[in-house]
Design a protein around this ligand. Structure first.
Ligand code: DLL
Length: 442
């Protein structure tokens, strides 16, 4: 069957196609008000701004954003759970969360207006990718504390698409739903899309027998080569979208049907690039990927000043041929920390380490091996056991294996393959310990 052509539709052209001068004026106005809002309402920001000797009135031009202090994941952790919220708890109508480096996860909140904004922003990139109210959208992201499921769900509803909240997993059932309900737009991680494509063939179907036409994929890194594979595997147009829970979730940026960089929703966010070492500004359009720093311009419950995303990217200022005037963000080229994204879930090696340090009979010598087997991420954790356990009976070893595996899985929220290895068999390093081997080809 010939696929529908993707066409250009704008959803809020008054903002998405705004002339750059008016956009800069709007951004400045909003930056000034968010700086004052944070200063008045969040003691953490007030303390940080006082320490930096900056007052909201010092923000007179857009570049003055650089006077504001950075915010990092550690600030969220230190203010766990609600310390950075800028509204009374009663005004918070939704809470989401994602993993932190150790200990506490990061918690984010939304007022009713924030949820409206979030739906609008998702609706924009969904529309720009080519989805309309003619589409049937299957959301195969997990629904829960992760922002992917709900964000895309409400955005799709706003566009008027028929939404199937399939949630993630149970791949054969996903495919049956696609067949029976006539899914045209698939929403999930790119690696899951690849896996669905493989499974379609495995059960003797071809993607041409389905109505799928567009994919909206995000939440993890993927390359242009992977796009080619996903598009061929499902016979669709595959688009990329990016976001992070600290900032809103999906909705920060997304690709239009041109598939040439993700449009940053600049009327709601101020994007900066900095050198992750010196923290000096890096020009957009510079060839060198730099760390993306984001200030939210309109959020009520959980405003963010200069959040260091740790994501490395480039910004493209050249106008897009779709007619939108917003800057575009290139595919991510890496992170400045050791966060791994496995099946769409963020994990840090330090989380594994914290479990090991509390467990009996294991040494804190471990190796995390990530691989992609049949398009699915596989997480293996090798841990050295103590001499005593190693010489102990099989039954006790098995019990320890099970207890430790459960503890790691409950901390990470992911299934893992745990391998207990003999004492002193994992490689030791003389410098920075190498804890992760990522064999995935993405
Ligand atoms: O992953 C939000 C999201 C959900 C975005 C669904 C798009 C679609 P977190 O769980 O907080 O939020 O993880 C955020 O995931 O800092 C990036 O490192 C990575 N990430 C998100 N989108 C992309 C993408 C959601 N399109 C972290 N490409 C971010 C590469 C991505 N990495």
């Amino acid at each position: 069957m010939a696929k529908k052509k993707l066409i250009n539709r704008t959803w809020q052209p008054e903002f998405e196609c705004m002339d750059r001068k008016s956009l800069a004026r709007l951004q400045l106005e909003r930056l000034q008000s968010v700086a004052a809002y944070c200063y008045q309402r969040v003691s953490h920001y007030r303390k940080q701004m006082d320490a930096a000797g900056v007052k909201p009135d010092d923000i007179r031009k857009l570049e003055d954003v650089r006077k504001l202090p950075f915010t990092s994941k550690a600030d969220l952790r230190d203010n766990y759970p609600f310390g950075l919220f800028a509204v009374p708890k009663k005004e918070v109508v939704r809470v989401h969360s994602s993993s932190g480096t150790t200990g506490n996860p990061t918690v984010v909140g939304y007022t009713r207006k924030d949820l409206e904004t979030w739906s609008d922003l998702c609706a924009r990139f969904i529309t720009s990718a080519g989805v309309t109210d003619e589409d049937t959208a299957q959301i195969a992201f997990g629904y829960g504390l992760f922002t992917g499921g709900f964000g895309l769900h409400y955005g799709m509803e706003r566009v008027g698409a028929r939404v199937i909240p399939a949630s993630s997993g149970n791949t054969r059932r996903q495919i049956k739903i696609m067949q029976d309900f006539g899914t045209t737009a698939l929403v999930c991680t790119p690696s899951y899309a690849l896996y669905i494509g493989d499974t379609i063939r495995e059960i003797g179907l071809t993607p041409e027998e389905l109505d799928l036409n567009i994919g909206l994929f995000g939440a993890e890194p993927w390359s242009e080569q992977m796009r080619v594979k996903v598009e061929a595997g499902l016979d669709i147009h595959a688009t990329d979208n990016y976001g992070l829970s600290e900032v809103i979730g999906p909705g920060f940026s997304g690709e239009c049907y041109r598939k040439d960089g993700m449009h940053v929703q600049e009327d709601h966010f101020l994007a900066e690039l900095v050198d992750p070492e010196t923290l000096e500004p890096v020009d957009p359009d510079s060839d060198r990927p730099a760390e993306l720093v984001i200030t939210t311009l309109t959020k009520e419950a959980f405003p963010m000043l200069r959040y260091r995303t740790r994501d490395l990217t480039r910004l493209i200022t050249e106008p897009c041929s779709c007619g939108r005037t917003t800057m575009r963000m290139a595919k991510l080229s890496g992170r400045t920390d050791d966060m791994l994204i496995i099946r769409g879930m963020n994990i840090f090696p330090s989380q594994v380490e914290s479990v090991l340090l509390e467990a009996d009979h294991v040494e804190p010598h471990y190796l995390i091996v990530v691989d992609r087997v049949n398009s699915m991420d596989r997480l293996e954790i090798q841990v050295e056991v103590s001499e005593t356990l190693f010489h102990d009976e099989m039954r006790r070893l098995r019990e320890h294996h099970l207890t430790l595996q459960r503890a790691i899985e409950s901390t990470l929220g992911l299934s893992v393959e745990l391998k207990l290895v003999e004492p002193r068999t994992l490689p030791r390093s003389e410098g920075k310990a190498k804890r992760v081997i990522d064999k995935r080809d993405i």
